[in-house]
Design a protein around this ligand. Structure first.
Ligand SMILES: Nc1nc2c(ncn2[C@@H]2O[C@H](COP(=O)(O)OP(=O)(O)OP(=O)(O)O)[C@@H](O)[C@H]2O)c(=O)[nH]1
Ligand SMILES: [Mg+2]
Length: 310
């Protein structure tokens, strides 16, 4: 297909995103509020591929009284040429302290503790002047790498092993854990927390982006539309390595035919019963969900290149 014929907008008509605010998120939020009094700084972790979408407004509003550092993690998967525009947008949202990180390669992790120390130093530690240790609350939506970050800090600064469980699906950390030490000098503890989504996601598009980054469960949005939106975004960003990966003739915009080709190439087909004029017959059809999942997972692994969705 000629590039000039690729679609220039995405039609969200008739689509919706189911809200996901399970019990452990409501409980986690309550636990976080209860611990806030003894916290000196809030570190909000978000996915660098969606620096503007999907941040829980609650983190800024009700936790916002303390110094606030925004960590844009998974920078290895994001398009960093957009940094300046993103910083300008975030400034408008009154976010001034931002660090990009990659927990899989320890990138920029060493900047975090000096930045936090400086922020706390210039803030008003009202209740806590007598206590020499600093306590940090890590917050963010699910699966952005909050627990990974804590483990990373601990390994780099204390040469200690993992203290918090990490996993590829959203919803791994279920409650506010006990204090985890991440540095000796300055003495610094971090509270890990469960990923908490906004009870009302701002738009279908934001929900779609959150889902593509793995922060909401796929089925709440639907793999088929996520795959379609991903294809649209790859084309918009001139990232065409999917053409080679799936041995296509050229860039395309018809998700159904793409998923069919992916399914056949990966051998992801299934037998279904069809009722015909001569009775029931078994026919082989492409497994569209499995194909969509492969397409989405490849993006999440960075196989199509670095792409920022905002
Ligand atoms: N590519 C990449 N993957 C990362 C990075 N940091 C974390 N991950 C991966 O992201 C996934 C989620 O990491 P977690 O640390 O469990 O995320 P979390 O925010 O604690 O998730 P919840 O506890 O579910 O809210 C894991 O598969 C990590 O290996 C990063 O910088 N880059
Ligand atoms: Mg976690």
């Amino acid at each position: 297909m000629r590039l000039s014929l690729l679609r220039q907008g995405f039609d969200f008509t008739g689509r919706e995103v189911a809200n996901w605010f399970p019990g452990h998120m409501a409980r986690g939020l309550k636990q976080m509020k209860a611990r806030l009094r003894n916290v000196d700084c809030i570190v909000e972790v978000h996915d660098a591929r969606i620096p503007l979408s999907g941040r829980n407004p609650f983190f800024q509003e009700s936790l916002g009284i303390k110094p606030h550092l925004l960590i844009l993690n998974k920078m290895d998967l994001a398009d960093l040429s957009q940094k300046k525009r993103i910083h300008n947008e975030l400034k408008k949202q009154v976010v001034h302290n931002i660090i990009y990180t990659d927990c899989t390669n320890d990138q920029n992790i060493r900047q975090i503790i000096p930045t936090i120390t400086e922020m706390i130093g210039s803030s008003n530690r009202f209740h806590r002047t007598e206590n020499p240790e600093n306590c940090i609350l890590v917050v963010g939506v699910p699966n952005v790498g909050k627990s990974s970050l804590i483990n990373c800090l601990r390994r780099l600064h204390l040469k200690k092993g993992k203290a918090s469980r990490v996993g590829a699906a959203p919803g791994i950390t279920r409650s506010v854990l006990s204090k985890i030490q991440v540095s000796e000098n300055p003495l610094l503890y971090i509270l890990d927390t469960p990923g908490i989504l906004s009870p009302h996601i701002e738009s279908i598009e934001a929900g779609m982006k959150l889902a593509l980054c793995g922060t909401i469960l796929d089925h709440l949005v639907g793999e088929d539309i996520m795959a379609d939106y991903l294809l649209y975004m790859l084309n918009q960003n001139n990232l065409y390595s999917y053409v080679e990966k799936y041995a296509l003739d050229g860039p395309c915009q018809d998700i159904e035919s793409l998923l069919k080709k992916i399914a056949i190439k990966l051998g992801k087909t299934q037998k279904v019963k069809a009722i015909t004029g001569i009775g029931n017959v078994n026919i082989t059809v492409p497994n569209y969900s499995a194909a969509a999942y492969d397409f989405i997972r490849s993006y999440r692994r960075g196989e199509f290149g670095q792409m920022t969705l905002d």
